[in-house]
Each structure stands twice: as structure tokens, then as C-alpha cells.
Design a binder for this molecule. Structure first.
Ligand code: SF4
Ligand code: FES
Length: 210
């Protein structure tokens, strides 16, 4: 269950199951986030705006905040970045299982126990995949960049991203732009990050969205 740490000016939410251990939080704000302290979050240690600014950089969305008059707005375009040997990181106006969010890292190794989210299982699994894959060849401008990006998990298959989306490599090179794309989450595609139907031959099993 996600936890909430409520301070005078900000409430910080933390969902451990979605943390990908990028360590942004405790490297940037060690007085607020200290894994050796209990509770590990102190929402009053620094001004609330500093905490909000840091939380906007948490790639997984494990950290969220609520603060009167300073809600987190999605960026102008929906973007997904391919992480080397790791998950796909989304930032935008996202809808996942119908829930609105702005940041999420989604599994692409096929091993997460918290699908569709990355739960760091790729490290234990020794997942290897480049963060600099070949472009898809599709570079069509999104029709309505501020519209929500629906992210749909297909049972025993891919993740469908429906809505305007730009995909970039780990170093920011644009790989794809369009309004509907199917992405590998079984870890077996020979055309990562895109699905090439290898999940069928691999016998991949994972729940889909209802
Ligand atoms: S994913 Fe977010 S909560 Fe987890 S270590 Fe990184 S910044 Fe902190
Ligand atoms: S989900 Fe991996 S190839 Fe389709």
C-alpha cells in the first residue's frame, strides 16, 4: 500500500512497489529522504517547493505530492524514454488502468511482479537491452499533444500506447512519433522497444487490463 507523509505545507506519497531505485530523492534532498531513518521521509525538513521540484524528477512516479495551489501538471507532450537494460520511462498526461498520472516506469523485461509497472526485477533477471535502439521509421506528428495517453496492457502480450507519443532513446534521440504504438513487455522482441509478436512463441503470460 502506498504511504503518505504529511507535513505542514506538503503531503508526500510513496509507493515502494513502483520505486526503481534511481536514488534521485536521497541524493538531491538527503535531509528529506533518508533510507536509514524511520520514518525515512521528513516532509518539513526543507521548503515545500524544493520537495515538489525534486518529486517531479522521480522517474517512476513512486513519489507524488499534494500541495495546495501547486499540483503537478503534465508536460506539453507525452514522451517515453528507453532505458538501457531497464524499463521504459513515461512522462506526460498518462492514463494507466484508467488512473491519471504524470510519471511511470513500465516493465519491458517481462519479469515484474507488479505489471505493468517496473519493480526492479530486471536487475535480478540480468535483463540486457540497448537504450539506443534503431528508429521505427515513423515520425508522424501527434494530432493532439495535450490529450491523455492511454496505456493498455494486453493479456499475455504487448502494451499499447494510444494517443500522441514521442519515443526517445536514452540519450534523447527521437525513435518514433505517432498516435498508436505496441510496445514489448515480454523482453523477447527482436525489435525492442516495439512488439514483434515474439511473446506468442515465448508463451509469455501476464494479465491484461479488464
Ligand atoms: S524511483 Fe523515485 S522514489 Fe525511487 S529512488 Fe528514484 S527518485 Fe527515489
Ligand atoms: S510483448 Fe514482447 S514481442 Fe510482443
Amino acid at each position: 500500500m502506498p504511504k503518505t507523509y504529511t507535513g505542514k505545507d506538503i503531503a508526500i506519497g510513496f509507493d515502494m512497489k513502483r520505486c526503481i531505485h534511481s536514488r534521485n530523492c536521497f541524493l538531491k534532498l538527503p535531509n528529506v529522504f533518508d533510507p536509514d531513518r524511520r520514518p525515512w521521509v521528513d516532509p518539513d525538513a526543507v521548503p515545500a517547493e524544493e520537495i515538489a521540484a525534486m518529486i517531479r524528477t522521480c522517474p517512476s512516479g513512486a513519489l507524488t505530492f499534494s500541495r495546495e495551489g501547486a499540483e503537478e501538471n503534465p508536460p506539453g507532450i507525452n514522451r517515453m524514454t528507453v532505458q538501457e537494460n531497464g524499463p521504459n520511462a513515461y512522462h506526460g498526461n498518462l492514463r494507466i488502468k484508467g488512473e491519471p498520472m504524470t510519471r511511470a516506469t513500465l516493465c519491458r523485461c517481462g519479469k515484474s511482479r507488479n505489471m505493468p509497472f517496473c519493480d526492479y526485477s530486471h536487475v535480478e533477471a540480468g535483463f540486457e537491452a540497448t537504450g539506443e535502439p534503431a528508429p521505427s521509421g515513423k515520425d508522424a506528428p501527434g494530432e493532439s499533444p495535450r490529450e491523455p495517453l492511454e496505456i493498455i496492457s494486453h493479456e499475455n502480450g504487448s502494451i499499447e500506447a494510444r494517443g500522441a507519443l514521442e519515443i526517445t532513446s536514452g540519450t534523447g534521440k527521437r525513435l518514433h512519433r505517432g498516435t498508436r504504438v505496441f510496445l514489448c513487455r515480454c523482453g523477447q522482441s527482436r525489435n525492442k522497444p516495439f512488439c514483434d509478436s515474439s511473446h506468442k512463441a515465448a508463451g509469455f503470460k501476464a494479465p491484461g487490463d479488464a
